[in-house]
Structure formats: structure tokens, C-alpha cells
Design a protein around this ligand. Structure first.
Ligand code: GLA
Length: 347
């Protein structure tokens, strides 16, 4: 019988720093307790045979298949990449067990690709590092699946450790782990609106950023000066996107400093300001999500914001530990279409 190799990866929630990861800026994601596990049996033919709980499996694909826009693409792309990295020599039989809700902006796709690559790495004695796995996983999304995402999700699910947030500089790929507060929880609530990164709105935002990059002749919109950008005659839309990137990057630094200093109020302020910027400057929110975020703070959260790629998915709210149960009950009864996903904290 063929050997079986396993790999796992958590989902992630981004605490702050949205759409900065392809604009030279900082992000602050944290691993969730929901996650997925993959078992992989190498094959000598070129088939990728997938069964799973949590996705609509089983599916059979071939390594030579082009991406189809369906979820097995992540598996085929990951196995192709594992071949490029010399970890496999052919197809694989995969079994996936996942507790990450799809279409929620919690990186189910990055987790699946990273877990497959880690399972394939278990075959060899000296394999690629976790950072190299993250970079390879992004290649699968960018090149095979045609999803123009940044590097945050792959780095977070390949490297994040429970109880900490990852302060990641996406330009340098340097990171530090910041302990989460023990007194508060970061609660993830699904808005009830699902979305896909492939639906075109993410790509549209990226193109608007690209226009600003051409205008300012830089890859790093986050590092530009607010006054210079405001005073420029760049078109209104790319200008707003750029101003979001600059402000958001500053807020990530402020949020990290606030966590380091144990200043939860300042951390919450950064989250709230981030939501306003995503709503008004990056225009990636929806009325349902704005209402959910408003209720979250109204009912006692120190801060709350949309998290992930936008246009649906989840919010994250910072709430005192003892207050979570009542807060959540009130929030979910005010927004019956929303649902609790996970909560992370330190200590
Ligand atoms: C998605 C992408 C990330 C990042 C976020 C927005 O999750 O996969 O690379 O751009 O959106 O911050």
C-alpha cells in the first residue's frame, strides 16, 4: 500500500491591514482554531483524486487540466506545484477534512494549498521552508487559479501560531509574532453574505491600485505620503484606493504598538478607523456589513471591522472576555442572517 502523508493548516482572520499586502504594506493576521487536514497518497499516474468532508467531493482531475474555476483547482494547482518543487512525481489521492467555512474570507483556499504542500513536503528529508511553501502557495493562486491575491493568507496559514498575531511586512516578508491580549477576544462573525475572490471585484480593486502604481512609479502605495497623494492630479478612484493603503498601513503599525503596550482602547480605535476607510476609500464593504459592524460596537465591542478581501464574508470584533456571550447573543438576534465562526485570544 502507498504511504500516506499528512499536512494541516488553520484558517486565518486578519485583525487589521486590508489590501496592503500587494501594495508594499503591513498586515496583522492571526490563526483561527477552525482549519483543515489533508492526507496525501502519491500516485504514479497523473490523476488527482479528491475526497473530502466540507467540500462537494469526490472529484477526479488530471495534472494537465486547466483551472476550471471550481474548488478542486486548488488541489490540482498544489499538486502541480509540488511536482515543480520536486516533492512529488505524478498525481496524488487526497482526502480533506475541513472546518473552515468557504466563501467567508477566512483563507480556506490558501489553507488547502498550504496543507497539501506540507503533506507533500513530509515525503522528503530536506524540503522547502514554511516561507517557501507560502510563496509557492501564492503562485498556485496567482498563476494557476488566476486569483490576483497578495501573500498575507499563505504566510498566515503556513506560519501563524495560536495565541499570537503575525505582524508581517509583506514587502520584506519579515514578520514578528505579537501576543494577543488575554483580557479580550477577537471574535469572528460571518455576515451571511458569501463572496469569492474570483468574482472580479477583488481584481477591479487591484487594477485601480495598479493605475496608481503606474502614476507614482512605485509598487509600494502604502509607503507614499498622504499629502503628496492628496495634492496629486491622479484620478479620484485610484487616489482614494491609495489613501486607504497609506492610512491602513499606518493603522497596522499603531495597532501593533497598542497590543505591545496593552492599550486595548487604542487597538479598538484602529479597527474602527480601518472599517471607515474600507467603507469610504477602498469601497469594499456592503450595507449589511456596515450595519453588523455598527451593532458590534454599539453593543460593546472595543472595535470592529470587516475582515478579508471584502464584499461579503466576516467581521472581526474585539470584545472583553467575560462579555462575549451576552454580546454575541444580542448581535445575532439583531442580525439573524449572521453567525458565530470562531474566537481567538492570548493567555
Ligand atoms: C484576500 C487576499 C489577500 C489580501 C486580502 C485583503 O484575503 O487573498 O491577499 O489582499 O484579501 O487584505
Amino acid at each position: 500500500m502507498a504511504n500516506i502523508y499528512t499536512g494541516s493548516a488553520p484558517g486565518r482572520v486578519n485583525l487589521i491591514g486590508e489590501h496592503t499586502d500587494y501594495n508594499g504594506g503591513m498586515v496583522l493576521p492571526a490563526a483561527l482554531s477552525v482549519g483543515l487536514e489533508v492526507s496525501l497518497a502519491p500516485r504514479s499516474d497523473s490523476a488527482v483524486a479528491i475526497s473530502s468532508s466540507g467540500y462537494d467531493a469526490p472529484a477526479i482531475r488530471d495534472l494537465a487540466d486547466d483551472a476550471s474555476g471550481e474548488w478542486p483547482d486548488a488541489c490540482v494547482g498544489a499538486i502541480r506545484e509540488a511536482n515543480v518543487l520536486g516533492l512529488l512525481d505524478g498525481g496524488a489521492t487526497l482526502d480533506i477534512a475541513s472546518t473552515i467555512p468557504e466563501g467567508s474570507g477566512l483563507s480556506s483556499s490558501a489553507a488547502l494549498i498550504v496543507a497539501i504542500l506540507k503533506a507533500a513536503r513530509a515525503r522528503v528529508i530536506e524540503g522547502p521552508s514554511d516561507v517557501d511553501i507560502a510563496i509557492a502557495a501564492r503562485r498556485v493562486e496567482n498563476r494557476y487559479m488566476n486569483v490576483p491575491c497578495g501573500i498575507m493568507d499563505q504566510m498566515a496559514v503556513a506560519l501563524a501560531t495560536p495565541g499570537t498575531a503575525m505582524a508581517l511586512d509583506t514587502k520584506k516578508l519579515a514578520y514578528g509574532l505579537v501576543p494577543l491580549p488575554a483580557s479580550h477576544e477577537m471574535v469572528v462573525v460571518h455576515s451571511g453574505v458569501t463572496r469569492k475572490l474570483t468574482d472580479g471585484r477583488y481584481a477591479a480593486r487591484k487594477e485601480e491600485c495598479d493605475a496608481a502604481k503606474r502614476y507614482f512609479r512605485t509598487e509600494d502605495l502604502c509607503l507614499l505620503n498622504w499629502d503628496t497623494v492628496s495634492a496629486s492630479d491622479l484620478d479620484e478612484t485610484p487616489k482614494k484606493r491609495t489613501l486607504h493603503c497609506i492610512g491602513e498601513n499606518t493603522r497596522v503599525h499603531a495597532a501593533i504598538a497598542a497590543l505591545d503596550a496593552g492599550n486595548i482602547a487604542a487597538f479598538g480605535d484602529a479597527m474602527n478607523e480601518s472599517h471607515v476607510s474600507m467603507r469610504d476609500l477602498f469601497e469594499m464593504s456592503l450595507p449589511e456589513i456596515d450595519a453588523l459592524v455598527a451593532s458590534a460596537t454599539d453593543l460593546g465591542a472595543v472595535g470592529a471591522r470587516l475582515t478579508g478581501g471584502g464584499f461579503g464574508g466576516c467581521i472581526v470584533a474585539c470584545i472583553e472576555k467575560g462579555a462575549r456571550e451576552d454580546w454575541l447573543e444580542a448581535l445575532l438576534s439583531r442580525h439573524p442572517e449572521s453567525r458565530f465562526i470562531d474566537a481567538v485570544s492570548g493567555g
